[in-house]
Each structure stands twice: as structure tokens, then as C-alpha cells.
Design a protein around this ligand. Structure first.
Ligand code: SF4
Ligand code: SF4
Length: 374
């Protein structure tokens, strides 16, 4: 099982799509949902109770999460010293990576770091100076021996040219990544659709950009014999190659990948923080292998893309922050992505047959924080 450990609700950044939207959406409440807005700002349960919980699952993977988890370096060290798990990972904005000693950083199996593309775009979304500090820290941890997987985790919205920015992250003179994932900022806030230009951007820029990027990904396989870890493509291609269909969320939210709140209650995913109807137990008493599962319902279960999409996002579907008409544009991007990968499968299968790439090259650690469907 995978668990996001929400160490704190506080963050040292004020990103446009998170802090900025929270400010704009301030008068909106969750209506029908009973939400606990008074959760502790930092974890208030004992590390021993987390250890008891994790020790019941021999395959337990913990991902430090926030807010910004590196605001809690002492808690991270205590947990890494005491809690018995198979792996530790972290999802961070990277600005404080230099504050955690290399002996801990180097134990992370995976670091997912928030970066949106080149300096201008990252600083536009995340604040001036973000990119430089982040890149300096990434170089620093590499120099100090970090050898795990480093995933560039982009948040994508209207200012993003997806083709250009993913290509930049893969190959630039500052800091190139070999793993990239992205998530659309879509369906998470109540009032933003009306203020934004999502429909036009998705049709004129994002969807064609994704199609072009899939072609580049497969061209790259042909020319270099390498399968780049572009997670949305990798996950779908792997499913298509193994004829795997799933009616479960690909992020794992609510069935294999849960989140532990700062008060120790377990919820299906970090965004469902405080939503009392979705509390699934407490780490002091729950058994990680017997947690209740929460699955996606309509309209996804009636959608033709469901077996590959898996429903994209439980939070977006249950909270219905965007109207069905608005959310249809998000589903349009999902279908475009699936079609783009599907259309390249004959080439990929041919490369595998010829031995140019191997089936094994499409393997990855599932539920590692990459949701697959952006
Ligand atoms: S495309 Fe949209 S409606 Fe269809 S399964 Fe995915 S999220 Fe659900
Ligand atoms: S895709 Fe949605 S349900 Fe899954 S982890 Fe992200 S916010 Fe949670």
C-alpha cells in the first residue's frame, strides 16, 4: 500500500494555481460536505502509532507530502529513523531540499519535485526566484549522491505550451530530467472555469501539443532505442501492451494509495483532507491491508474511456467543482491523450518485435505519485 503522509498544511510558496485560487475561491464552501477546517497544522500523532500502522503491511510505501513537507525536516528524520516501511518518497517544491541531510535525502526511492518547465514559466506560476533556487538544490542533492528517481512534476494550465515545456525539461543546459509527469489544473476549484480560458486553450494548444509530444516520444524510441519516462504516455502504453483494463483510479486514490492527515485520520487522497464523510479510519487502530475502498461512480462508469482512463480524479468527480459541461473539456483532453497513444501503438509494437525497445522498458513503479491521467 501507498500512503501520503501529510506532515503540514503550511507551505512556503504561493503558487498561482493553489494559493492564488484559494484566495479567489475564498467564499466558496463545500455545501453538502462536512469538512473539518480545524485540522492541526503539523502532525500531532506519535511516530510510534505510524510505525504500528505501517509495520502491518510488508510493502508499505510512505510519501512525505504537505503543504510543503520539508518545512518539517525534524519529523521527516524521526519517521525515517523509526518507522518500518519498504520505501520512502517525497513530493516537494524543492526549495528546502538543502535543509535535509544527504543521509536522509539519499534514502528516498523517488523525489517528485514541482517544476512547470523553463525558468520563465516556473517563476510565472510559482513566484520569482523559484526556478533558480530549485535547480540549485537539485544540483546540490545530485552532488551529494542522490541516485533515486527524480520526477519533474508539472502543473499545467493556460500559460503552458505542453510540447515546448516537456521537451525543455528533458533537454536543457540547466538541469535535464529523465522522468516527467504533469497534472492539469482542472476541476479542483469552484469559480475558476468562468475566469479562465480552459476550453479554448485545451483545444487550440494542449490537445495538439499532446499529440505532437506522443509522436516525439515514439520517434525518440525509434532513433535512440530508449523509452523516455513521460508518465502519462508510459502508463497508457504499458496498459495497452499488457492488455490491462482497469476500472480503478490510476492514481490509486481510495484503493491502494491513501493519505494520512496531520491528525492521523486516513482519507482516500491528500486533496480530500478534512472531508469527514471520507474518513476511513485512524492510524492508531486501522489495519492498512483492510481499509475500506472508495471507488469512482457515474459518469465515469458509463464512459467509453473508463477502462483506460480509470476515472481521472476521485476528488474532482465527487466534489463536482466544475459543471458537467465544463468538465467535459477535461474529459476531451483525456480522450485525446488516449487516442494519441493508441494511434502510435502499432509503431511501438513493431519496435518491440524488432528488439529496438523491450517490453521491460515500459515498466515503472505504479502509484508512485504520477496519476498517469493528467
Ligand atoms: S474521460 Fe472523463 S468521464 Fe470518462 S472515465 Fe475519464 S474522467 Fe470519467
Ligand atoms: S488524481 Fe485526484 S483522486 Fe487521485 S490523487 Fe490526485 S487529487 Fe487525489
Amino acid at each position: 500500500m501507498f500512503f501520503h503522509v501529510i506532515l503540514t498544511s503550511e507551505c512556503n510558496s504561493q503558487c498561482l494555481y493553489c494559493f492564488g485560487e484559494a484566495v479567489e475561491d475564498v467564499d466558496e464552501d463545500f455545501g453538502e460536505f462536512d469538512v473539518d477546517y480545524s485540522l492541526p497544522k503539523k502532525i500531532n500523532y506519535s511516530v510510534n502509532s505510524l510505525d504500528r500502522f505501517c509495520s502491518l503491511d510488508p510493502d508499505c510505501v510512505l510519501t512525505f507530502y504537505g503543504g510543503e513537507p520539508l518545512l518539517c525536516t525534524e519529523e521527516i528524520k524521526q519517521i525515517m529513523d523509526k518507522v518500518r516501511v519498504k520505501r520512502f518518497m517525497i513530493q516537494t517544491n524543492g526549495l528546502l531540499l538543502d535543509r535535509l541531510e544527504p543521509e536522509y535525502v539519499n534514502r528516498f526511492h523517488t523525489i517528485l519535485v514541482s517544476i512547470d518547465g523553463d525558468e520563465a514559466l516556473t517563476d510565472f506560476y510559482r513566484g520569482k526566484g523559484t526556478f533558480r533556487r530549485l535547480v540549485d538544490n537539485l544540483k546540490f542533492i545530485k552532488r551529494n549522491g542522490f541516485q533515486g528517481e527524480l520526477i519533474a512534476r508539472m502543473t499545467v494550465m493556460e500559460q503552458t505550451d505542453i510540447y515546448k515545456q516537456v521537451r525543455w525539461l528533458l533537454d536543457n543546459s540547466e538541469f535535464s530530467f529523465s522522468s516527467v509527469h504533469w497534472q492539469l489544473n482542472a476541476g479542483f476549484w469552484k469559480t475558476d472555469f468562468a475566469r479562465r480560458n480552459f476550453e479554448e486553450w485545451s483545444e487550440a494548444s494542449y490537445n495538439p501539443g499532446v499529440r505532437r509530444l506522443v509522436k516525439f516520444w515514439v520517434d525518440y524510441m525509434e532513433e535512440n532505442g530508449l523509452v523516455l519516462k513521460l508518465y502519462p504516455f508510459l502508463g497508457l502504453a504499458r496498459s495497452l501492451l499488457s492488455h490491462e483494463e482497469s476500472s480503478f483510479l490510476r492514481c490509486g486514490g481510495g484503493w491502494i494509495n491513501y493519505a494520512i492527515q496531520t491528525d492521523g485520520y486516513i482519507v482516500p487522497c491528500p486533496t480530500m483532507w478534512g472531508m469527514k464523510d471520507y474518513y476511513l479510519g485512524h492510524i492508531s487502530t486501522a489495519d492498512p491491508l483492510r481499509l475500506k475502498q472508495v471507488h469512482i461512480g457515474k459518469p465515469c462508469t458509463e464512459c467509453t474511456a473508463f477502462n483506460l482512463c480509470g476515472g481521472r480524479c476521485l476528488y474532482a468527480i465527487v466534489t463536482k467543482r466544475w459543471s458537467p459541461e465544463a468538465y467535459a473539456h477535461v474529459c476531451g483532453t483525456v480522450k485525446n491523450l488516449i487516442q494519441a497513444v493508441y494511434g502510435q501503438m502499432p509503431r511501438i509494437e513493431k519496435f518491440i518485435k524488432k528488439g529496438k525497445v523491450r517490453l521491460k522498458d515500459f515498466e515503472y513503479m505504479k502509484y508512485n505519485g504520477c496519476e498517469i491521467i493528467p
